[in-house]
Design a protein around this ligand. Structure first.
Ligand SMILES: [Zn+2]
Length: 449
Protein backbone atom coordinates (compact mmCIF):
# COMPACT_ATOMS: atom_id res chain seq x y z
CA UNK A 1 0.00 0.00 0.00
CA UNK A 2 1.12 3.59 -0.49
CA UNK A 3 3.50 5.36 1.83
CA UNK A 4 4.81 8.78 0.94
CA UNK A 5 5.43 12.31 2.23
CA UNK A 6 4.44 15.74 0.97
CA UNK A 7 7.15 18.25 1.93
CA UNK A 8 7.93 21.99 1.82
CA UNK A 9 4.25 22.85 1.69
CA UNK A 10 1.95 25.37 3.39
CA UNK A 11 -0.54 23.20 5.29
CA UNK A 12 -4.01 24.47 6.24
CA UNK A 13 -4.98 21.71 8.65
CA UNK A 14 -8.53 22.86 9.64
CA UNK A 15 -7.81 21.15 12.97
CA UNK A 16 -9.58 22.45 16.14
CA UNK A 17 -7.03 25.30 16.37
CA UNK A 18 -7.08 26.06 12.62
CA UNK A 19 -3.35 25.37 12.65
CA UNK A 20 -1.47 26.61 9.60
CA UNK A 21 2.04 25.26 9.07
CA UNK A 22 4.03 27.55 6.78
CA UNK A 23 6.69 24.96 5.91
CA UNK A 24 5.12 21.64 6.67
CA UNK A 25 5.37 17.93 6.04
CA UNK A 26 2.62 15.31 5.87
CA UNK A 27 3.33 11.59 5.93
CA UNK A 28 0.71 9.26 4.45
CA UNK A 29 0.61 5.56 5.25
CA UNK A 30 -1.99 3.00 4.19
CA UNK A 31 -4.31 5.73 2.96
CA UNK A 32 -4.28 7.65 6.22
CA UNK A 33 -2.40 10.63 7.58
CA UNK A 34 0.38 9.18 9.73
CA UNK A 35 2.09 12.45 10.70
CA UNK A 36 1.71 16.18 10.16
CA UNK A 37 3.98 18.98 11.37
CA UNK A 38 6.61 21.60 10.68
CA UNK A 39 9.50 20.23 8.62
CA UNK A 40 11.73 20.55 11.69
CA UNK A 41 9.37 18.34 13.73
CA UNK A 42 9.37 15.32 11.42
CA UNK A 43 12.27 13.15 10.41
CA UNK A 44 11.81 11.42 7.08
CA UNK A 45 13.39 8.06 6.26
CA UNK A 46 15.74 8.48 3.29
CA UNK A 47 13.85 5.91 1.21
CA UNK A 48 10.41 7.49 1.73
CA UNK A 49 8.96 8.67 -1.60
CA UNK A 50 8.13 12.35 -1.43
CA UNK A 51 6.26 15.05 -3.27
CA UNK A 52 8.50 18.11 -2.78
CA UNK A 53 6.43 21.27 -3.21
CA UNK A 54 9.41 23.65 -3.01
CA UNK A 55 7.37 26.16 -1.04
CA UNK A 56 5.08 26.82 -4.03
CA UNK A 57 2.05 24.79 -3.01
CA UNK A 58 -0.69 24.92 -0.37
CA UNK A 59 -2.12 21.69 1.03
CA UNK A 60 -5.78 21.69 2.09
CA UNK A 61 -8.19 18.99 3.19
CA UNK A 62 -10.21 17.84 0.17
CA UNK A 63 -13.31 19.99 -0.26
CA UNK A 64 -16.67 18.33 0.42
CA UNK A 65 -19.83 19.07 -1.60
CA UNK A 66 -22.70 18.36 0.78
CA UNK A 67 -25.50 18.69 -1.80
CA UNK A 68 -25.33 18.08 -5.51
CA UNK A 69 -27.15 16.48 -8.40
CA UNK A 70 -25.28 14.87 -11.27
CA UNK A 71 -26.63 16.16 -14.56
CA UNK A 72 -26.02 16.57 -18.28
CA UNK A 73 -28.24 19.69 -18.46
CA UNK A 74 -25.80 22.48 -17.67
CA UNK A 75 -26.98 25.82 -19.00
CA UNK A 76 -30.13 24.35 -20.53
CA UNK A 77 -32.88 25.89 -18.37
CA UNK A 78 -31.94 29.46 -17.54
CA UNK A 79 -33.61 32.70 -16.46
CA UNK A 80 -36.22 30.95 -14.35
CA UNK A 81 -37.02 30.99 -10.69
CA UNK A 82 -37.38 27.70 -8.86
CA UNK A 83 -41.11 27.05 -9.34
CA UNK A 84 -40.97 27.88 -13.02
CA UNK A 85 -37.72 25.94 -13.45
CA UNK A 86 -38.77 22.66 -11.82
CA UNK A 87 -40.91 21.33 -14.72
CA UNK A 88 -38.01 21.94 -17.10
CA UNK A 89 -35.58 20.28 -14.71
CA UNK A 90 -37.85 17.29 -14.31
CA UNK A 91 -37.74 16.57 -18.05
CA UNK A 92 -34.23 15.22 -17.48
CA UNK A 93 -35.62 12.58 -15.12
CA UNK A 94 -38.53 11.73 -17.42
CA UNK A 95 -36.24 11.22 -20.43
CA UNK A 96 -33.10 9.73 -18.94
CA UNK A 97 -31.84 6.16 -19.14
CA UNK A 98 -29.44 4.36 -16.79
CA UNK A 99 -26.70 5.02 -19.33
CA UNK A 100 -27.41 8.76 -19.21
CA UNK A 101 -27.07 8.63 -15.41
CA UNK A 102 -23.69 6.95 -15.74
CA UNK A 103 -22.36 9.57 -18.14
CA UNK A 104 -23.82 12.45 -16.09
CA UNK A 105 -22.21 11.11 -12.92
CA UNK A 106 -18.86 10.49 -14.62
CA UNK A 107 -18.78 14.05 -15.96
CA UNK A 108 -19.93 15.59 -12.67
CA UNK A 109 -17.55 13.57 -10.51
CA UNK A 110 -14.59 14.35 -12.75
CA UNK A 111 -15.40 18.07 -12.71
CA UNK A 112 -15.70 18.00 -8.91
CA UNK A 113 -12.43 16.11 -8.46
CA UNK A 114 -10.47 18.40 -10.77
CA UNK A 115 -11.73 21.38 -8.76
CA UNK A 116 -10.45 19.91 -5.50
CA UNK A 117 -13.63 18.24 -4.27
CA UNK A 118 -12.85 14.80 -2.87
CA UNK A 119 -16.31 13.88 -1.53
CA UNK A 120 -19.78 14.60 -2.90
CA UNK A 121 -23.37 14.02 -1.87
CA UNK A 122 -25.23 13.14 -5.06
CA UNK A 123 -29.02 12.94 -5.32
CA UNK A 124 -29.96 11.45 -8.67
CA UNK A 125 -31.59 8.54 -10.46
CA UNK A 126 -30.27 5.06 -11.45
CA UNK A 127 -27.65 5.39 -8.74
CA UNK A 128 -26.13 1.95 -9.24
CA UNK A 129 -24.75 3.49 -12.42
CA UNK A 130 -23.56 6.54 -10.45
CA UNK A 131 -21.74 4.14 -8.14
CA UNK A 132 -20.06 2.64 -11.21
CA UNK A 133 -18.95 6.14 -12.25
CA UNK A 134 -17.70 6.83 -8.71
CA UNK A 135 -15.70 3.62 -8.71
CA UNK A 136 -14.06 4.61 -12.01
CA UNK A 137 -13.23 8.20 -11.06
CA UNK A 138 -12.26 7.26 -7.49
CA UNK A 139 -13.73 10.08 -5.43
CA UNK A 140 -15.80 9.56 -2.29
CA UNK A 141 -19.51 9.52 -3.12
CA UNK A 142 -22.66 9.61 -0.99
CA UNK A 143 -25.61 8.32 -3.00
CA UNK A 144 -29.12 9.51 -2.11
CA UNK A 145 -31.63 8.27 -4.70
CA UNK A 146 -34.19 10.86 -5.81
CA UNK A 147 -37.12 9.00 -4.26
CA UNK A 148 -40.69 10.14 -4.97
CA UNK A 149 -43.76 7.95 -4.57
CA UNK A 150 -46.70 10.31 -5.17
CA UNK A 151 -48.86 9.58 -8.23
CA UNK A 152 -47.49 10.70 -11.59
CA UNK A 153 -43.87 10.82 -10.40
CA UNK A 154 -42.69 7.40 -11.53
CA UNK A 155 -39.81 9.07 -13.37
CA UNK A 156 -38.03 9.55 -10.05
CA UNK A 157 -36.40 6.75 -8.03
CA UNK A 158 -38.52 4.34 -6.02
CA UNK A 159 -38.33 3.23 -2.41
CA UNK A 160 -37.46 -0.28 -3.65
CA UNK A 161 -34.56 1.09 -5.70
CA UNK A 162 -33.21 2.86 -2.63
CA UNK A 163 -33.56 -0.35 -0.63
CA UNK A 164 -31.76 -2.40 -3.29
CA UNK A 165 -28.96 0.16 -3.52
CA UNK A 166 -28.24 -0.30 0.20
CA UNK A 167 -27.70 -4.04 -0.32
CA UNK A 168 -25.64 -3.65 -3.46
CA UNK A 169 -23.51 -0.58 -2.76
CA UNK A 170 -23.42 0.67 0.85
CA UNK A 171 -19.76 0.66 1.88
CA UNK A 172 -18.60 -0.33 -1.62
CA UNK A 173 -15.30 0.73 -3.17
CA UNK A 174 -13.43 0.31 0.13
CA UNK A 175 -15.97 2.47 1.94
CA UNK A 176 -15.76 5.38 -0.48
CA UNK A 177 -19.38 4.77 -1.51
CA UNK A 178 -22.10 5.37 1.09
CA UNK A 179 -25.83 4.99 0.50
CA UNK A 180 -28.38 7.34 2.06
CA UNK A 181 -32.16 7.34 2.18
CA UNK A 182 -33.15 10.00 -0.34
CA UNK A 183 -36.50 11.82 -0.33
CA UNK A 184 -37.20 14.46 -2.95
CA UNK A 185 -39.63 16.83 -1.21
CA UNK A 186 -42.78 16.96 0.92
CA UNK A 187 -44.95 17.32 -2.20
CA UNK A 188 -43.36 14.32 -3.91
CA UNK A 189 -43.25 11.82 -1.05
CA UNK A 190 -46.10 10.20 0.86
CA UNK A 191 -46.17 9.76 4.66
CA UNK A 192 -45.31 6.10 3.94
CA UNK A 193 -42.13 7.16 2.15
CA UNK A 194 -40.95 9.04 5.25
CA UNK A 195 -41.83 6.07 7.46
CA UNK A 196 -39.98 3.72 5.10
CA UNK A 197 -36.91 5.97 5.02
CA UNK A 198 -36.90 6.21 8.81
CA UNK A 199 -37.25 2.43 9.14
CA UNK A 200 -34.39 1.71 6.73
CA UNK A 201 -32.23 4.41 8.28
CA UNK A 202 -32.66 2.77 11.70
CA UNK A 203 -32.27 -0.79 10.43
CA UNK A 204 -29.10 -0.18 8.42
CA UNK A 205 -27.61 2.78 10.32
CA UNK A 206 -28.09 5.17 7.40
CA UNK A 207 -28.82 8.86 7.08
CA UNK A 208 -31.67 10.71 5.37
CA UNK A 209 -31.32 13.49 2.81
CA UNK A 210 -34.10 15.71 1.47
CA UNK A 211 -34.87 19.26 0.30
CA UNK A 212 -36.65 21.82 2.48
CA UNK A 213 -37.63 25.51 2.57
CA UNK A 214 -35.87 26.45 -0.64
CA UNK A 215 -38.21 29.15 -1.87
CA UNK A 216 -40.78 31.55 -0.47
CA UNK A 217 -43.58 30.46 -2.82
CA UNK A 218 -42.78 26.79 -2.15
CA UNK A 219 -43.06 27.40 1.59
CA UNK A 220 -46.40 29.16 1.09
CA UNK A 221 -47.64 26.24 -1.04
CA UNK A 222 -46.58 23.72 1.61
CA UNK A 223 -48.45 25.70 4.27
CA UNK A 224 -51.58 25.90 2.08
CA UNK A 225 -51.51 22.20 1.28
CA UNK A 226 -50.53 20.67 4.63
CA UNK A 227 -51.74 23.38 6.99
CA UNK A 228 -48.21 23.51 8.40
CA UNK A 229 -44.84 24.84 7.34
CA UNK A 230 -42.17 22.48 5.95
CA UNK A 231 -40.12 22.09 9.12
CA UNK A 232 -43.24 21.34 11.19
CA UNK A 233 -44.32 18.70 8.62
CA UNK A 234 -40.90 17.06 8.60
CA UNK A 235 -40.98 17.07 12.40
CA UNK A 236 -44.42 15.44 12.31
CA UNK A 237 -42.97 12.72 10.07
CA UNK A 238 -40.26 12.21 12.66
CA UNK A 239 -37.35 12.81 10.33
CA UNK A 240 -35.74 15.80 12.03
CA UNK A 241 -32.71 14.52 13.88
CA UNK A 242 -28.94 14.16 13.80
CA UNK A 243 -29.13 11.70 10.95
CA UNK A 244 -31.04 14.01 8.62
CA UNK A 245 -29.49 16.48 6.21
CA UNK A 246 -31.77 19.16 4.74
CA UNK A 247 -30.71 20.96 1.58
CA UNK A 248 -31.29 24.74 1.33
CA UNK A 249 -33.37 25.90 4.36
CA UNK A 250 -33.48 29.42 2.94
CA UNK A 251 -36.79 30.43 4.50
CA UNK A 252 -36.42 29.39 8.14
CA UNK A 253 -37.97 31.54 10.84
CA UNK A 254 -36.43 31.94 14.33
CA UNK A 255 -38.49 29.10 15.83
CA UNK A 256 -37.50 26.75 13.03
CA UNK A 257 -33.82 27.57 13.45
CA UNK A 258 -34.17 26.75 17.15
CA UNK A 259 -36.04 23.51 16.41
CA UNK A 260 -33.42 22.32 13.91
CA UNK A 261 -30.68 23.14 16.42
CA UNK A 262 -32.54 21.29 19.19
CA UNK A 263 -33.08 18.23 16.97
CA UNK A 264 -29.47 18.24 15.70
CA UNK A 265 -30.67 18.40 12.08
CA UNK A 266 -27.95 19.26 9.58
CA UNK A 267 -28.18 21.75 6.72
CA UNK A 268 -26.54 21.84 3.27
CA UNK A 269 -26.20 25.48 2.21
CA UNK A 270 -26.19 26.09 -1.57
CA UNK A 271 -25.81 29.87 -1.99
CA UNK A 272 -25.07 30.03 -5.74
CA UNK A 273 -28.07 27.87 -6.64
CA UNK A 274 -30.26 29.84 -4.22
CA UNK A 275 -29.19 33.08 -5.90
CA UNK A 276 -29.48 31.78 -9.45
CA UNK A 277 -33.00 30.39 -8.98
CA UNK A 278 -33.97 33.62 -7.19
CA UNK A 279 -34.73 31.67 -4.00
CA UNK A 280 -33.09 34.07 -1.55
CA UNK A 281 -30.27 34.13 0.99
CA UNK A 282 -30.20 31.52 3.75
CA UNK A 283 -29.79 32.81 7.32
CA UNK A 284 -26.50 30.98 7.78
CA UNK A 285 -24.99 33.20 10.51
CA UNK A 286 -28.14 32.69 12.62
CA UNK A 287 -28.05 28.94 11.98
CA UNK A 288 -24.40 28.72 13.03
CA UNK A 289 -25.06 30.92 16.05
CA UNK A 290 -27.85 28.55 17.11
CA UNK A 291 -25.47 25.59 16.82
CA UNK A 292 -26.78 24.03 13.59
CA UNK A 293 -24.14 22.13 11.62
CA UNK A 294 -24.00 23.69 8.15
CA UNK A 295 -22.14 22.34 5.12
CA UNK A 296 -21.60 23.86 1.71
CA UNK A 297 -23.10 22.47 -1.50
CA UNK A 298 -23.19 23.30 -5.20
CA UNK A 299 -26.63 21.78 -5.99
CA UNK A 300 -25.13 20.45 -9.24
CA UNK A 301 -24.20 21.83 -12.63
CA UNK A 302 -27.83 22.16 -13.72
CA UNK A 303 -28.56 25.08 -11.41
CA UNK A 304 -25.13 26.39 -10.36
CA UNK A 305 -23.66 26.00 -13.17
CA UNK A 306 -20.26 24.92 -11.95
CA UNK A 307 -18.93 22.42 -9.44
CA UNK A 308 -16.23 24.64 -7.99
CA UNK A 309 -16.41 24.92 -4.20
CA UNK A 310 -13.80 27.69 -4.22
CA UNK A 311 -16.34 29.82 -6.05
CA UNK A 312 -19.03 28.63 -3.61
CA UNK A 313 -16.94 29.63 -0.56
CA UNK A 314 -16.39 33.12 -1.91
CA UNK A 315 -20.00 33.61 -2.92
CA UNK A 316 -21.34 32.26 0.38
CA UNK A 317 -19.31 34.87 2.24
CA UNK A 318 -19.99 37.77 -0.13
CA UNK A 319 -23.76 37.31 -0.26
CA UNK A 320 -23.94 37.62 3.54
CA UNK A 321 -21.65 40.66 3.62
CA UNK A 322 -23.65 42.32 0.85
CA UNK A 323 -27.13 41.69 2.19
CA UNK A 324 -26.27 42.42 5.84
CA UNK A 325 -24.00 45.40 5.07
CA UNK A 326 -21.54 43.61 7.35
CA UNK A 327 -17.94 43.23 6.14
CA UNK A 328 -17.01 40.76 8.86
CA UNK A 329 -19.80 38.28 8.13
CA UNK A 330 -18.51 34.79 7.34
CA UNK A 331 -14.75 35.38 7.10
CA UNK A 332 -12.22 33.21 5.25
CA UNK A 333 -11.40 30.74 8.05
CA UNK A 334 -15.09 30.09 8.62
CA UNK A 335 -15.68 29.47 4.91
CA UNK A 336 -12.74 27.09 4.57
CA UNK A 337 -14.01 25.17 7.59
CA UNK A 338 -17.55 25.01 6.17
CA UNK A 339 -16.32 23.66 2.81
CA UNK A 340 -14.18 20.96 4.46
CA UNK A 341 -14.85 19.80 8.02
CA UNK A 342 -18.30 21.44 8.16
CA UNK A 343 -19.51 19.57 5.10
CA UNK A 344 -17.89 16.37 6.37
CA UNK A 345 -19.82 16.83 9.64
CA UNK A 346 -23.19 17.16 7.94
CA UNK A 347 -22.42 13.97 6.01
CA UNK A 348 -21.44 12.20 9.24
CA UNK A 349 -17.90 11.68 7.96
CA UNK A 350 -15.99 14.14 10.17
CA UNK A 351 -14.25 11.34 12.06
CA UNK A 352 -12.80 10.20 8.72
CA UNK A 353 -12.23 13.28 6.55
CA UNK A 354 -12.47 17.10 6.49
CA UNK A 355 -9.16 18.03 8.14
CA UNK A 356 -5.48 17.17 7.94
CA UNK A 357 -4.99 15.37 11.24
CA UNK A 358 -3.23 12.17 12.23
CA UNK A 359 -5.46 9.14 11.77
CA UNK A 360 -7.77 10.69 9.23
CA UNK A 361 -8.08 9.42 5.69
CA UNK A 362 -5.64 11.14 3.37
CA UNK A 363 -8.16 13.13 1.30
CA UNK A 364 -6.10 16.20 0.42
CA UNK A 365 -5.54 18.72 -2.36
CA UNK A 366 -2.59 20.83 -3.50
CA UNK A 367 -2.91 24.30 -5.02
CA UNK A 368 -0.24 26.09 -7.03
CA UNK A 369 0.20 29.32 -5.09
CA UNK A 370 2.71 30.65 -7.61
CA UNK A 371 -0.08 31.58 -10.02
CA UNK A 372 -0.82 35.28 -10.73
CA UNK A 373 -4.27 35.14 -9.11
CA UNK A 374 -2.72 33.99 -5.80
CA UNK A 375 0.19 36.46 -5.79
CA UNK A 376 1.44 38.00 -3.54
CA UNK A 377 1.15 35.76 -0.53
CA UNK A 378 2.63 35.88 2.91
CA UNK A 379 2.25 33.23 5.54
CA UNK A 380 2.08 33.16 9.30
CA UNK A 381 0.67 30.68 11.82
CA UNK A 382 -2.85 32.07 11.23
CA UNK A 383 -2.48 31.67 7.47
CA UNK A 384 -1.49 35.25 6.61
CA UNK A 385 -3.07 36.68 3.49
CA UNK A 386 -2.81 33.25 1.84
CA UNK A 387 -5.86 32.12 3.80
CA UNK A 388 -7.85 35.02 2.31
CA UNK A 389 -6.39 34.36 -1.14
CA UNK A 390 -7.44 30.72 -0.97
CA UNK A 391 -11.04 31.65 -0.21
CA UNK A 392 -11.46 34.88 -2.21
CA UNK A 393 -8.97 34.53 -5.09
CA UNK A 394 -8.42 30.82 -5.72
CA UNK A 395 -10.30 28.84 -8.32
CA UNK A 396 -10.66 25.13 -8.81
CA UNK A 397 -8.26 25.46 -11.72
CA UNK A 398 -5.46 26.28 -9.23
CA UNK A 399 -5.72 22.70 -7.91
CA UNK A 400 -2.82 20.59 -9.17
CA UNK A 401 -3.03 17.33 -7.22
CA UNK A 402 -5.82 15.47 -5.47
CA UNK A 403 -5.64 12.41 -3.21
CA UNK A 404 -8.43 10.27 -1.84
CA UNK A 405 -7.43 7.62 0.71
CA UNK A 406 -3.85 8.57 -0.15
CA UNK A 407 -4.40 7.57 -3.77
CA UNK A 408 -3.39 10.25 -6.25
CA UNK A 409 -6.42 10.77 -8.52
CA UNK A 410 -5.34 14.07 -10.08
CA UNK A 411 -1.67 14.68 -10.81
CA UNK A 412 -0.54 18.06 -12.16
CA UNK A 413 -4.15 18.75 -13.16
CA UNK A 414 -4.72 15.49 -15.03
CA UNK A 415 -6.81 12.52 -13.88
CA UNK A 416 -4.69 9.43 -13.24
CA UNK A 417 -7.36 6.76 -13.56
CA UNK A 418 -9.52 7.89 -16.46
CA UNK A 419 -9.26 9.66 -19.78
CA UNK A 420 -10.71 13.16 -19.51
CA UNK A 421 -11.04 13.50 -23.29
CA UNK A 422 -13.02 10.26 -23.48
CA UNK A 423 -15.35 11.25 -20.62
CA UNK A 424 -15.94 14.73 -22.05
CA UNK A 425 -16.48 13.58 -25.65
CA UNK A 426 -18.89 10.83 -24.60
CA UNK A 427 -20.78 13.19 -22.28
CA UNK A 428 -21.11 15.65 -25.15
CA UNK A 429 -22.74 13.05 -27.41
CA UNK A 430 -24.98 11.58 -24.73
CA UNK A 431 -26.07 15.03 -23.52
CA UNK A 432 -27.15 16.08 -27.00
CA UNK A 433 -29.26 12.95 -27.28
CA UNK A 434 -30.77 13.50 -23.81
CA UNK A 435 -31.53 17.16 -24.45
CA UNK A 436 -33.29 16.23 -27.73
CA UNK A 437 -35.39 13.66 -25.86
CA UNK A 438 -36.21 16.26 -23.19
CA UNK A 439 -37.21 18.83 -25.81
CA UNK A 440 -39.61 16.31 -27.36
CA UNK A 441 -41.48 16.00 -24.04
CA UNK A 442 -44.38 18.28 -23.17
CA UNK A 443 -43.53 20.42 -20.14
CA UNK A 444 -45.80 19.20 -17.39
CA UNK A 445 -46.41 21.34 -14.37
CA UNK A 446 -44.46 20.54 -11.25
CA UNK A 447 -46.59 19.02 -8.48
CA UNK A 448 -45.80 22.07 -6.37
CA UNK A 449 -48.59 24.58 -6.89
ZN1 LIG B 1 -31.02 19.97 -4.79
Amino acid sequence: MNRFAITNVAIFTVNPDDRVIANGTVIVEEGRIAAVGHRSELELPADLPRVDCNGRRALLPGLVDSHSHSSLMRGVSENMQLMEWLPYYQREFRAMTPDDAYHAARLSYLEALKNGTTCVMDMYRFMDRCAEAGREIGLRVNLAPYVADMPGLDFFATLEENRRLIDSHHGANSGRIQVWMGLEHLFYCSPDAYAHALGCAREFGLKIHTHACEQKEEEAAVTRHFGKRSIAMLDQYGVLGENTLLAHCVWLNDDEIKLLADRGTRVAHCPVSNAKLASGVARVPEMLEAGIRVGLGTDGNVCNNSLDLFEEMKFASLIQKATRLDPVAMPAAQMLRMATLGSAEVLGLDDQIGSIEVGKRADMILLDIGQPNLTPYCLDEQGGNLLWNLVFSARGSNVTDVWVDGECLISEGEPTRVSQSLIVSQAQIIAHSLIARCDALPTQPSVIN
